[in-house]
Structures are given as structure tokens and as C-alpha cells.
Design a binder for this molecule. Structure first.
Ligand SMILES: Nc1ncnc2c1ncn2[C@@H]1O[C@H](COP(=O)(O)OP(=O)(O)O)[C@@H](O)[C@H]1O
Ligand SMILES: [Mg+2]
Length: 326
């Protein structure tokens, strides 16, 4: 029922590329950044909608998942809210098999979804990452949202980060840990911590795409610049960096016309064409849903928050898979 209601919110959005070429932030090397933020090409492969997942281990298949890091240096910009609702929207409205990985030791993904959790995991993310052969699959648990699996809250992640720092290939451990999961899911979303530390670097190294939530504030703008520089450094150091899936304007107070216009202008100057069409407005149904441990599509399916995140799922689905939104 909830899934049907959500499907009704699917707003038809044209599958748009990221733009005709990014206008670069001052001081960023043009060629490098073009490599980093090159246009996202819809993939040719068409995928059949998938039903509920019985158990991930039984379904390992050749690598196919798109890995998307939801990343911003600033806290409180809506990273977790976006990761949770994009994951749920892709599963509920687009039949995707989605794994949502929580890399933040605050454990907000699990608390945001606690009414949907069906089991506890065999391993924590820390244990999975610190194993001799890192594998995130034993850290995944199913939810009552068909197709959506998540990793549990992990208060030990800061300790794990310190231990990972002493390992060889320390930036690549998550990438290794997602190899099996890539064969099981269509999309793997990573909710990053609010810093550019080693866990975030691991997420960026593992990711094919990065989605950057940005509330329309000056501090968030500075955070976007820092993240772009980190992508540039990854490209320099390792010869690869995720593509920019888009900047997502979050927590937009639609009554605040003047400030919104000023920040939009600043974003357009530095990152023209990189903002997504969908914007997420402020809506009390979103913190309300988080408080109840449910996704907003279930707790308040008629809210503007549910509509905005359904639009985001449709836009991202079209960008990743080149399909017309439902
Ligand atoms: N669009 C929104 N409207 C109103 N409140 C929001 C919105 N997005 C997020 N919030 C609330 O803001 C707080 C921070 O959001 P969160 O997603 O946890 O940010 P982050 O993960 O970047 O720290 C939470 O209480 C969340 O419920
Ligand atoms: Mg968070």
C-alpha cells in the first residue's frame, strides 16, 4: 500500500546529463575537474524490477551495482535523511535492490529506519572492514521495505578508522569490502560521516558516483569546495575519483527567497549545471519520520518531504540507469 502511494508521487523528470561541462570553482584545475565531474552517462543495460530479497549471500552474481557516496563535510545538511529516503525511494518506487551502508558512528541510518529493521547483522561494519578479507555482506540486514537492506549502527567506527589508518592500502578497504555486494544489489548507497577523514576517503574511493547534499548556506558552500578539492586529490593520487552525480539543494526554506537566490547564484558561478533539478524543501514530516524510525513514504506519504524524495529517486534512477521514471 505504502509502495503504491509512493509510486503515485513519482514525478516525471527528464533524464538530464550533468550539463554541458562544469564551470569550475576558482582555483581548481580545469582538466582535472572535468575528469572528476564528467557527465554521467545513462547505462545501456536495462534491469528487471526486482522483488524482495530473501538473503543476499544466496544471490551473488557478476558485479553490477552502482555505488553512490552521499557526502558533505558539513553536518546537518541532510546527508542521512537523503541517503535513507533515496535508498527507500529507489527500492519502493523503482524496484531496485539497495544496500544502504552507514559509515557514520552516530548510527543515524539504523535509528531512522528502526521500525523497519527485521534482524540484527552477523557483523558490524567495523568487523567487516577489519577482517582479513573485508566483506560488507555479513553486515547487511533486511528491512520491511522490499528490496532495501542496511548495515546497522556501529559505535566502533571511529576506533576502526584509527586501526584502518595503519593498514596497507587503507583508502581502498571499503572498495574491497563491497566487491561481493556489488554482485547482489543494483545500488549501494553510502552515508558518509561529516568530515573528510579516512572513512569518507574510503567511501569516495569505493564509489562510482558522489551525491553532495548542500543546504543553501554559506558554510555548506565552503564544504562543497573542500569536497571538490578532495575529489581532485583522489584523481591526482590514484588516477580515479567518483563522478559527481549532482549537488542536491536540501532543507530549502522556500519562503527565504533572497538568501536562496544568493546561494543559488554562488553555486551556479562555481558549479554551473551540476545542481540536480530536484530540490528538497524544509518539511517537518522528515524529522517526524526520523523520530518514529520510519521512512516518510510510510509515516507521511502525502507530505511535501515524501514528494520531494520521490522526485529525487526518480531523477537519480534516470541518471544512473537511463530509464524513464515511473
Ligand atoms: N528537508 C528537511 N526539512 C526539515 N528537517 C530536515 C530536512 N532534512 C533533514 N532534516 C532534519 O535535520 C537534521 C539533520 O539531518 P541529517 O539528515 O541527519 O543531516 P546530516 O546527516 O547531514 O548530519 C535531522 O533532524 C533531520 O530530521
Ligand atoms: Mg548523518
Amino acid at each position: 500500500m505504502a509502495a503504491l502511494e509512493c509510486a503515485r508521487f513519482g514525478v516525471a523528470m527528464a533524464a538530464q546529463g550533468i550539463g554541458t561541462g562544469p564551470q569550475l570553482a576558482q582555483g581548481l584545475g580545469q582538466r582535472l575537474m572535468q575528469a572528476v565531474v564528467s557527465r554521467v552517462q545513462p547505462q545501456a543495460a536495462q534491469r528487471e524490477p526486482s522483488g524482495p530479497i530473501s538473503h543476499p549471500y544466496l544471490q551473488a552474481a557478476p558485479a553490477r551495482a552502482q555505488v553512490v557516496a552521499v557526502c558533505a563535510q558539513k553536518g546537518g545538511v541532510g546527508k542521512t535523511t537523503t541517503a535513507v529516503h533515496l535508498a527507500a525511494g529507489l527500492a519502493m518506487n523503482h524496484g531496485m535492490r539497495v544496500l544502504l551502508v552507514d559509515l557514520d558512528n552516530q548510527g543515524h541510518v539504523a535509528s531512522s529506519l528502526r521500525a523497519h529493521l527485521r534482524a540484527s547483522a552477523e557483523q558490524s561494519v567495523s568487523q567487516a572492514l577489519l577482517g582479513l578479507d573485508p566483506d560488507l555482506l555479513p553486515a547487511a540486514v533486511p528491512t520491511t521495505v522490499d528490496g532495501l537492506h542496511v548495515t546497522g549502527a556501529d559505535k566502533q567506527l571511529s576506533n576502526a578508522e584509527a586501526q584502518l589508518a595503519t593498514r596497507m592500502g587503507r583508502e581502498m578497504i571499503l572498495s574491497r569490502g563491497l566487491r561481493a555486494a556489488r554482485g547482489v544489489y543494483d545500488v549501494i548507497l553510502i552515508d558518509c560521516p561529516p568530515n573528510l577523514g579516512l572513512l569518507t576517503l574510503n567511501a569516495l574511493f569505493a564509489a562510482d558516483q558522489v551525491l553532495v547534499p548542500c543546504d543553501l548556506s554559506v558554510l555548506a558552500l565552503e564544504g562543497v569546495d573542500d569536497l571538490m578539492r578532495t575529489l581532485q586529490n583522489l584523481q591526482l593520487m590514484f588516477g580515479r575519483a567518483p563522478q559527481l552525480l549532482g549537488l542536491l539543494h536540501t532543507r530549502v526554506d522556500r519562503r527565504n527567497h533572497k538568501q536562496n537566490a544568493a546561494i543559488r547564484r554562488a553555486l551556479a558561478q562555481s558549479y554551473q549545471g551540476l545542481s540536480l533539478d530536484t530540490e528538497i524543501g524544509t518539511n517537518t514530516a522528515l524529522p517526524g519520520a526520523q523520530l518514529g524510525g520510519q521512512v516518510v513514504f510510510v509515516s507521511s506519504p502525502e507530505s511535501s518531504g515524501a514528494r520531494d524524495y520521490a522526485s529525487l529517486a526518480a531523477e537519480i534512477h534516470a541518471k544512473l540507469f537511463g530509464k524513464a521514471p515511473i
